[in-house]
Design a protein around this ligand. Structure first.
Ligand code: PGA
Length: 244
């Protein structure tokens, strides 16, 4: 269960949030939990998350190790402050910052080389879904994004763009259909090792719909935006099984 805070929360708000979250989920040994705060909160979050069952993730990374790239952050910088994962290829990065499949692939390669796990996002727009191109888009993004990438520490996030931040969640049937398709493609790419890749769902996940989404056979977790900004609602999402 991963929280993607996007451009929300200052460093002091991050400290306050995590100090409340840690005791609320400390007995949750059967769920992997990750928090992805903005870059400016990573140090504070790393400090608060030390010796807890929650791992630190970044929301983006650049593909070069160092150099004259004003404003960018390298994989090694993230590793050095305690990040274990990084989100790559989020649709907001693709849409607002012109990230192509090729750039996403370079970022995944660089992150992996530095020892980071990757939460790799794919998903179709409403136009693509309406045009019957969902599988085509998922196939292209998966094959290009994962070209030359090993299965280890790779998490794939299926995030239909029309469901992100809209309150319009994919139905369990729609999520399952897409996840099963991606699972099959991963088997072609990785053989038996495909099972090592968790496929998580993102797009308006809330305490109200998490149980039905998690009941889908091929939904292994969730990438949560809006509903991860409040401690109670993220805790409820993390504890989905207990309260089913
Ligand atoms: P949302 O965002 O939960 O606010 O829809 C999910 C995401 O973009 O990762």
């Amino acid at each position: 269960m991963a929280a993607n805070w996007k451009m929300n929360k200052t460093a002091s708000e991050t400290r306050e949030f995590i100090s409340k979250l840690v005791p609320a989920v400390s007995n949750k040994a059967d769920v992997n939990i990750a928090i992805a705060p903005p870059f400016t909160s990573l140090m504070v979050a790393a400090d608060e998350l030390e010796n807890t069952n929650i791992v630190l993730a970044a929301q983006d990374v650049f593909y070069e190790e160092k150099g004259a790239y004003t404003g960018e952050v390298s994989p090694l910088m993230l590793v050095d402050i305690g990040c274990k994962y990084v989100i790559v290829g989020h649709s907001e990065r693709r849409q607002y910052f012109n990230e192509t499949d090729g750039i996403v692939n370079k970022k995944i390669k660089a992150a992996k080389k530095a020892g980071l796990g990757v939460i790799f996002c794919i998903g179709e727009s409403l136009e693509e879904r309406d045009a019957g191109k969902t599988f085509e888009v998922l196939l292209r993004q998966t094959e290009k994004g994962l070209d030359g990438i090993d299965a280890e520490n790779t998490v794939l996030a299926y995030e239909p763009i029309w469901a992100i931040g809209t309150g319009k969640t994919a139905s369990p049937g729609q999520a399952q259909e897409a996840h099963a398709y991606v699972r099959e493609r991963l088997k072609v790419l990785y053989g038996n090792r495909a099972d090592e890749i968790c496929i998580i769902y993102g797009g308006s996940v809330t305490p109200e719909n998490v149980d039905s989404l998690m009941a889908c056979k091929d939904v292994d977790g969730a990438l949560v935006g809006g509903a991860s900004l409040k401690v109670e609602s993220f805790v409820r999402i993390v504890k989905f099984r207990e309260e089913k």
